[in-house]
Design a binder for this molecule. Structure first.
Ligand SMILES: NC(=O)c1ccc[n+]([C@@H]2O[C@H](COP(=O)([O-])OP(=O)(O)OC[C@H]3O[C@@H](n4cnc5c(N)ncnc54)[C@H](OP(=O)(O)O)[C@@H]3O)[C@@H](O)[C@H]2O)c1
Length: 357
């Protein structure tokens, strides 16, 4: 347990698409870390990673290696978080977890820094970082919800391969290279079909005969949990699509508000909202692009227009960097909020949070 900064910070999954970005963002934002310890599987133990002008050596997870950590940002996959988050908490660390494993657990706050930071106050050792698609959408929609109330959201995502991690990025690059050089195209391994020069109407899996994917279910459930809305209070329909883009997720969003909201009022509200940049002069070719969003922390919003089929509906195009605001940046913002609120400590009497049944 820590009495205060600077902290001993662990980054689990440090060689991954999210983990490397967490290291970058921690260094960029000058998080008060006395020491940063990167963790990977046995495969990458010993690998050296850059961090703030120096190199850190990766370690594998073990009871000895996690002793004395104050804060851990974890992105090594659900099964690793299921096993190690409670062990880290027991060892005295607060865990900000990027996987989906703990997100819907009722005792675990699910937090977007700009939207529901007060949910952190009740943490019992584990804090969950939301799904990237829900995260960027909520940075843009929460200010509208606060001002005029949201009744219904219909969203289609256009998700980059970095959302699936390093292997997926390598798969897109190898297939694209082969097609452009007229050589044999490597078979799809990460995705069910070739991703290069293709569009896949499947992000993650169809579980137990569901006709929505796990990603679509997460988007709908997490959005409601973060906004504290029931299914009756907020209707949501999501379709998640994988596109051959490396970084930057785009979303087409149709939103029905409780009170009327004009496109101009919507632009005004969003112009003053934290974490949002309105990019909306479509006649001049100015609108959010994945290439513009990649590498930034803000969520870009444009193409804001009235839905001609409904007087209380607007359409918009929301684009964010899935690895930054969609994952690493929000995780580091949560670490900063925990620090600012004196919450980098496991509350007295907290035993390991039981896993979801
Ligand atoms: N990519 C995104 O946009 C995004 C956004 C939000 C959340 N997430 C979630 O974050 C997690 C990681 O995603 P990613 O895209 O970064 O995946 P990734 O690129 O495949 O990286 C996985 C990381 O986990 C490490 N790892 C694997 N097994 C391990 C073990 N037994 N012990 C410790 N570390 C282990 C890997 O280390 P090695 O080098 O040893 O293999 C690597 O550092 C997933 O749960 C994903 O759903 C991803």
């Amino acid at each position: 347990m820590s009495d205060g900064a600077p902290y001993r910070v662990g980054v689990v999954g440090a060689t991954g698409a999210v983990g490397t970005t967490i290291l970058e963002v921690l260094a960029e934002r000058g998080f008060p870390a006395a020491e940063v310890v990167p963790f990977t599987s046995e495969r990458s133990a010993g690998t050296r990673l850059p961090y703030a002008e120096r190199e850190l050596e990766c370690r594998s997870l073990s009871p000895e290696a996690i002793a004395g950590l104050d804060l851990v940002l974890s992105s090594a996959g659900g099964s690793i978080s299921a096993e190690w988050a409670p062990r880290l908490v027991e060892a005295g660390a607060v865990v900000v977890d990027n996987t989906s494993y703990w997100r819907m657990h009722e005792d675990v706050p699910l937090v977007v820094a700009e939207v529901n930071p007060d949910a952190l106050d009740s943490h019992g050792g584990i804090v969950a970082n939301p799904n990237c698609s829900a995260m960027q959408m909520l940075v843009a929609l929460a200010p509208l919800h606060k001002a005029v109330g949201l009744e219904r959201i219909v969203v289609s995502t256009y998700q980059p391969v970095s959302g699936t991690g390093r292997r997926a990025m390598a798969e897109l690059e190898a297939q694209t290279h082969a097609i452009l050089h007229d050589s044999d195209v490597p078979p799809a391994e990460v995705y069910p079909h070739r991703i290069a020069f293709n569009v896949l109407p499947q992000v993650e899996t169809f579980k137990g005969g569901d006709d929505y994917t796990t990603e679509e279910r997460k988007m709908m459930a997490e959005t409601r949990k973060i906004l504290g809305a029931t299914e009756d209070e907020l209707k949501i329909s999501a379709t998640c699509i994988r596109v051959p883009v490396l970084k930057g997720e785009s979303e087409s969003v149709n939103v029905q508000t409780r009170e009327p909201l004009s496109p101009d009022e919507c632009r005004r509200l969003l112009a003053g909202a934290p974490g949002v940049l309105v990019v909306d002069a479509p006649a001049d070719g100015v609108y959010p692009l994945a290439t513009e969003a990649a590498g930034r922390d803000q969520v870009l919003v444009g193409r804001i227009r009235r839905d001609p089929s409904h007087e209380r509906c607007l359409n918009m195009w929301i684009v964010g960097d899935n690895l930054r605001k969609g994952a690493a940046t929000n995780a580091v913002q949560l670490a900063e909020l925990l620090h600012a609120r004196g919450l980098v400590r496991v509350p007295e009497g907290v035993a390991a949070t039981p896993a979801p049944s």
